[in-house]
Each structure stands twice: as C-alpha cells, then as structure tokens.
Design a protein around this ligand. Structure first.
Ligand code: BES
Ligand code: MG
Ligand code: ZN
Length: 495
C-alpha cells in the first residue's frame, strides 16, 4: 500500500472511501459537522439513532449518493480522548485498513486534524501497513479465499496547508521505513528452514547492506574456525548446513558517538539436536531465528534513517540438528572467549551460539548491548505472548529498553538476575553448564549468558513468547510478529 500526503478537501478527493475518525466524547467536531452538512444531516441521524457512538474501533459506512466525490464515508470510533494513546491509534488504523480491504476498497483518504501528534501519524502508518501483512510466497493456487483479489492500494492523508504537509512528511517516512523493517523480520521468521538456511540468511544481510549503505562482513565456516567461534561451530556440527556469523555496521558522521551492539539468535531450525524435541509443533521452530530477524529488520531501518550513533548488528546463524556428527550431552566445548562449557542438553543451543557472539562483542567496547533470542519455553509460561523477558547487568540500559518497549508497545518485563542464580549454571566438569537446576528456566538462560556478556552494559530479551503466537492485535498476526524491530529502532533513536 502506498501512503501519500496531499493538500486537499475530503469533499473533492476522488477515492473509494473517506475515513472520518471520531472521538466518543467529541461527536461535534468540525470535520464531523462538515461531513454531516455535505450529507444533509445523515450523520446526525445515525448518531441520534445511537447506531454509532464513537467507541474504539466501532465502524459505520455511509453511502454518499454523489453528495461528495467519494462514494462512501466510513466513520471510525477512537474511543474517549482521555484514553487515546499511540497504541490505540495503531489498533484503530489496523482495524480500519483491514475493514476497508475486506470491503474490496482500493483507495482511502483520511483528513488529518492539525492537532494530531506525530507519533500517532507514524503509528497509524505502521499499523495500517502491518495489518495487511500476509505470507503467501509458497502458495501457487487460488485458495478461494474471498479476500484473495482484494487489495487496498493507497491511503491518502489529507491536510490543509504546506506547513502541515511538511510536518507529516517525517512521520510518514519513518512509519513506512519501520513497517518495511518489521515486514522483513516477519518474512524471515515465517520462512521455512529449507528456504532460509544460515547461508541464505547471510545473503539476505548482504542485500540489506547493499541497499542501505551498511557495512556487512560474513564469517564462513573456515573463518569461524580460524577465529575460534568453537561453540557456534559445535552447535552446527550435526547439520549439513554451514553456520555463518553476520556483522552489520552503521557508522555515524560524528565518530565520537556511543556504540550500541544488537545481537540476534539465528537458529534457522531447532530440532533440539540429540536432546530431540517432541514432534508436535516442532515445525514452528523455523522461527528460532526471530532474534536475528529483529536485528536484521532493525539494521535495515537504521541503514535508511542513519541515526547519529554507531550501531552494530551481530547475528550467529546455525541449524540445530541431530546428525551423526552432532554434539552430545556431556560434551565440553570452549567458547570464543576461552571459557569451557559442559553441554548437558543440546536443546539449550541458543545460549551456546550467543556465548561466542557475546564474547566477540567485547572488542567494540560498546556503551550498550542488547541481545534478542527465542531462548526458553519458560518465558511463555511466565509472560505468555504479551511481553518479552528482560534480564541484564545494567539498570540504566534496562530502563532505556523498557521505555522503548512502552513507546512501541513491544513491551518487556524485567526478571531478576541476582548473583544467587549463578549457582544453577555451575558445572562440576567445566566452567559452566548450559542448563540450570530445572527451576526458573528463563533466568537460568540469562545467568548462563551473563558469564559471556562481560565488560559492557548488557540486556538480554527472551522473545520466545512475543516473536510468535500473539493474539488480539489488529496489526500483528498470530504467526511471526516481527517483534523487536520497532523497539530496537526506538532505543537507538532515543539513545
Ligand atoms: N528455541 C527453543 C525455545 C523456544 C521454545 C522458542 C518455544 C520458541 C518457542 C530453545 O532452543 C529451547 O529449546 N529451549 C529449551 C531450554 C531447555 C533445554 C533448558 C526449552 O525452553 O525447553
Ligand atoms: Mg533448543
Ligand atoms: Zn532454540
């Protein structure tokens, strides 16, 4: 869908429908009165009958019979002004775009009141684009879905002056760019593992870098051996697919700026390895690279928006397979930084590949490191699909991440990472073991990672619940959500 800003009047514009957003506690605003008088009082009749009250996401279609150029006016409720926030605007925008698409409408226009805030506009742009997301790359036949041939192609934001147009430009551009980054992350997470191997993920990163001006370096298997990424290599050794380590870099004009590193778990399929997972639902483990997808999606946005901050995106990519050369429970491997790890469960593989990535990170001397990983089923037991678990070593960084999560509604909830939990990951044969004592699984995962995230402020986000399976949003599907892209971009921009 193409979103543009035009100077014009809703009565004159040629479009399939004009959207009139209405607050429950302001049923007499100027726009509504103008629309009502153009329609000779028909909106007022509708309101008098109580058929439309402006409740959040309520909808009424009025046929204009030539009173204005557009054949329809669609009233959309925004709920009460005191309760309106950016997330409600996103929910309304997502609802509206889908509603229009399902009616078979191809073009929409919305008059924007001058008091609309920039983050509402940006949120509305993001949500209307993201609500129409579908993953249909592998379907060649018409499935008789009645929405199949319906396509909402354009959304015009109508303003009354050049000044308003200029002020909306930035919000619309950012909304478009961020929606594109989120769409990329969703596509990658939805992609079956035979169409997205670690090698293919690295190719994708190269494409993103080429189209945005980011610097991209890929370590292939030979390079990983030479540099000593032994734990990443260990996880990949049961698979016919080679691992990759991906480095994306955005350098600001001002090279005095802080360095922030974003690290993503990129397991393109997690069978569990020799500690094999059970069959039911295993296919969903194609999205075990959702942390990597969020980092790549965010780096694409950062490459376009070019914030004044040094940002590095790191992705450790591998399959976790139970081949005859696979790692076995009891094996001991040495991480990039030299610490030894006793592998007691090969299904706790995410923390293994991240051990090398977090060790590699120290050389950048970063002021902040955030890793995103679909690390534990336990985080779903704890927080459902509503919030990611956040654990880290630096209160100020955790606060920053929380704020970015609130603003974007990609919320995080902090779990403790007291030293008391270190005991759980102590090994009797190596420096550390890759599982805890069976309690507090999400914290055990983070307690393990903490051993490798040394020398910089660090926050780990366990996104196993939020990357997939969210319900009840108008703009996030139940499959891959693209969680993390918007949060990371916000974090970087507010740094
Ligand atoms: N990729 C899984 C975690 C996961 C579970 C992601 C559900 C998305 C949805 C991870 O590699 C894993 O298998 N974790 C184990 C850890 C355990 C063996 C300590 C788990 O959560 O069971
Ligand atoms: Mg696993
Ligand atoms: Zn995994």
């Amino acid at each position: 869908m193409n979103i543009t800003i035009e100077i014009g009047d809703f009565r004159q514009i040629q479009t399939d429908a004009v959207i009139i957003p209405i607050l429950e506690d302001d049923l007499h605003n100027d726009l509504l009165l103008a629309a009502d008088s153009a329609l000779e009082g028909r909106i007022q009749s509708l309101l008098n009958l109580g058929d439309f009250k402006g409740k959040l996401k309520s909808t009424a279609v009025i046929y204009t019979n030539g009173s204005i150029n557009a054949p329809r006016i669609i009233l959309i409720g925004l709920g009460k002004f005191s309760e309106l926030d950016t997330e409600k605007v996103r929910q309304v925008a997502g609802h509206t775009a889908k509603y229009a698409r399902d009616l078979g409408i191809e073009s929409l226009a919305v008059p924007i009141p001058p008091e609309a805030q920039d983050d509402w506009i940006q949120g509305a742009v993001e949500a209307s684009l993201l609500s129409l997301y579908e993953f249909k790359q592998h379907q060649t036949e018409d499935d008789n879905d009645e929405n199949e041939n319906k396509k909402l192609n354009s959304l015009t934001l109508l303003v009354s002056s050049d000044i308003e147009k200029a002020s909306l430009d930035r919000a619309v551009n950012r909304g478009n760019t961020i929606a594109d980054g989120t769409t990329l992350a969703r596509d990658l997470s939805n992609q079956p593992s035979n169409h997205l191997t670690p090698t293919q993920l690295a190719e994708k990163a190269k494409e993103v870098a080429a189209s945005t001006g980011l610097k991209c370096t890929i370590f292939d298997k030979a390079t990983l051996e030479e540099k000593g990424f032994r734990t990443l290599l260990a996880v990949s050794q049961g698979s016919a697919e080679e691992p990759r380590f991906i480095i994306l870099e955005h350098t600001p004009v001002d090279d005095e700026k802080d360095t922030v590193v974003l690290v993503g778990k990129g397991i393109t399929f997690d069978t569990g390895g020799i500690s094999l997972k059970s069959g039911s639902g295993m296919h969903e483990m194609k999205h075990d690279m959702s942390g990597a997808a969020a980092v790549l999606g965010a780096m694409q946005v950062i490459g376009h928006l070019k914030p004044n901050l040094h940002v590095i995106g790191l992705i450790a990519a591998s399959e976790n397979m139970p081949g005859s050369t696979a790692i076995k429970p009891g094996d001991v491997v040495t991480s990039y930084g030299g610490k030894t790890i006793e592998i007691l469960n090969t299904d706790a593989e995410g923390r293994l590949i991240l051990a090398d990535a977090l060790g590699w990170t120290a050389q950048y001397e970063p002021q902040g490191v955030v890793d995103l990983a679909t690390l534990t089923g336990a985080v779903i037991t704890c927080l459902g699909h509503i919030a990611a678990g956040a654990l880290g070593t630096d209160d100020a960084l955790i606060e920053k991440v929380k704020k970015a999560g609130e603003k974007t509604h990609e919320r995080v909830w902090e779990l403790p990472l007291w030293d008391d939990y270190d005991e759980g990951v102590k090994s009797t044969v190596a420096d550390v073991k890759n599982i805890g004592d069976g309690t507090s699984g999400t914290i055990a995962g983070a307690a393990f990672l903490k051993k490798f995230a040394e020398g910089y402020p660090w926050v780990h986000l366990d996104i196993a619940g939020t990357a997939w399976g969210m319900k009840g949003s108008t703009y996030i599907p139940e499959s891959a959500s693209g969680y993390g892209v918007r949060l990371l971009v916000q974090l970087v921009e507010d740094w």
